[in-house]
Write a new protein. Structure first.
Length: 318
């Protein structure tokens, strides 16, 4: 396992013992994903390298997202269109595109300059149908459906436009574990894929706290009547009973249940899967997951350290 590490404001990669495996020559480095790491050179250009430090994706991008399902979204310097970039460095330019969202392993939602709406393309840049969508939340290629808003209605339909399920809501997020955040008349709650209520729509504010590629979300729901905020994990269905107002959160799945790093008033605390405090006011200013669920990077004014999670808790690697 290689971990991004900084020395004298330059980034490289070390192994689990702290020894350099890729020298610190980059201005910034992301964690490895699918065998490639997105890194930025000293000129501010983004590219990707493999675990030997070999350049795989050329440093020609002003933005380059992490790889997912073998593909990434990139924006080159001097070009306005978006690109779909494969792991072997081959890219496809999406004509007339001003925005591109990675919906699943092989499908993307495109916002184009010439139309008022979205189209869906595959990893080759080819349109999957002729429909123009008001919004596209997700594409599930293995089950053959699209969660979208079309003709002013939120629904689930197949690639041919046949409606499989309609939802009487004003707004909703993508489905996770068969559930979705939904809004009706300005109030937020949670419904399942059949439209049944999971969490009553009584919350007046919803704040995204944690969002990952597998579409699991952790959100802060604000109840205007009580004046209290509650944390809700759409993956597990857990909702906190205590009052929480948080600035950031990182969820770490474990064999014994999820744990949550919560930032409040510039201090991090660790909670269990019932949102009960395990460790309070940990002396770090930043906590991030680095490429694997059981590894976190904790940072303060003196630098940062990597910690691994095992059955006894967190242990410092180096």
């Amino acid at each position: 396992m290689l971990l991004p590490y900084s020395y004298d404001r330059q980034w490289g990669f070390v192994d689990e013992t702290g020894c350099w495996q890729i020298k610190p020559v980059y201005s910034y480095a992301e964690s490895f994903s699918e065998g490639l790491a997105i890194v930025r050179d000293k000129n501010g250009n983004w590219g990707a390298i493999d675990e030997r430090g070999k350049e795989i994706i050329p440093f020609v991008y002003r933005e380059l997202e992490p790889f997912w399902g073998g593909f990434a979204v990139g924006h080159r310097f001097g070009f306005s269109e978006c690109e779909i970039v494969s792991r072997n460095g081959i890219s496809v330019t999406i004509e007339d595109s001003k925005w591109l969202d990675h919906l699943s392993e092989f499908f993307f939602s495109v916002c184009r300059r010439s139309i008022d709406g979205f189209t869906i393309v595959d990893h080759k840049g080819e349109a999957v149908n002729s429909f123009i969508y008001d919004n596209v939340k997700q594409v599930e290629p293995y089950f053959g459906f699209i969660h979208c808003k079309r003709e002013n209605a939120y629904r689930i339909e197949d690639f041919n436009g046949r409606i499989l399920r309609s939802f009487d809501v004003d707004d909703m997020w993508s489905c996770t574990q068969g559930k979705s955040l939904a809004c009706k008349d300005g109030a937020w709650g949670v419904i399942d894929v059949f439209g049944n209520t999971v969490v009553p729509m009584k919350f007046r504010c919803v704040t995204e706290i944690d969002y990952t590629m597998d579409r699991y979300v952790l959100v802060e729901l604000f109840n205007e009547e009580s004046g209290h905020s509650h944390l809700y994990d759409i993956k597990t269905g857990n909702i906190s009973t205590s009052t929480w107002i948080v600035d950031a959160m990182v969820r770490v799945p474990t064999e014994c249940g999820d744990v949550y790093w919560v930032l409040q008033n510039d201090m991090w605390s660790l909670l269990n899967d019932k949102f009960e405090t395990i460790m309070a006011n940990v002396g770090f200013s930043m906590v991030t997951i680095n490429g694997t669920d059981d590894l976190v990077r904790m940072q303060n004014k003196n630098g940062f350290r990597y910690y691994a999670l095992d059955k006894n808790g967190y242990r410092q690697l180096f």
